[in-house]
Ligand binder design. Sequence first.
Ligand SMILES: [Zn+2]
Length: 159
Amino acid sequence: MLILFVVKCSLYLYSTYALYMPRPKKLRKISNAPKFKGFRAIRLDSDKEPAPILMDYDEYEAIRLSDYVLKKQTEAARDMGISRPTFARIYESARRKLAKALSEGAPIIFQGGPVYFTSEWFLCRNCKCYFNHPDKEESSIVCPLCRSSHVRQCEQDTF
Ligand SMILES: [Zn+2]
């Protein structure tokens, strides 16, 4: 009876924890980082520049795949390793930021976000394995073979 009570308590605690803790975002696959740190409007007057708009790399990638490479959303979502509804949300957020920047003349600054690059390679210091697609369910990068988090990113010219 006591054991059952303990199990019930821990289930309750877990469900309370799961309810209030934000779920870690899945990593989104990006084929390449933007080649610029951001953009700035050419101003005609000396008005104060509006605050910069921060655009995550996944938002940049969504705009690039949809409006530059002209991929369908299903295909673009597959490229980024996410569901189509998630892609649609990221794309909508990116379009709104872009429209705000164009309308208000605000600078755009690219920043991180939950992404990994397909051009990235890692070396596991534990088992000496090289890998380039970290487990998307993990919040930190771990080796796919031995699950060690003792990894380091390799330089591009190593390969
Ligand atoms: Zn390893």
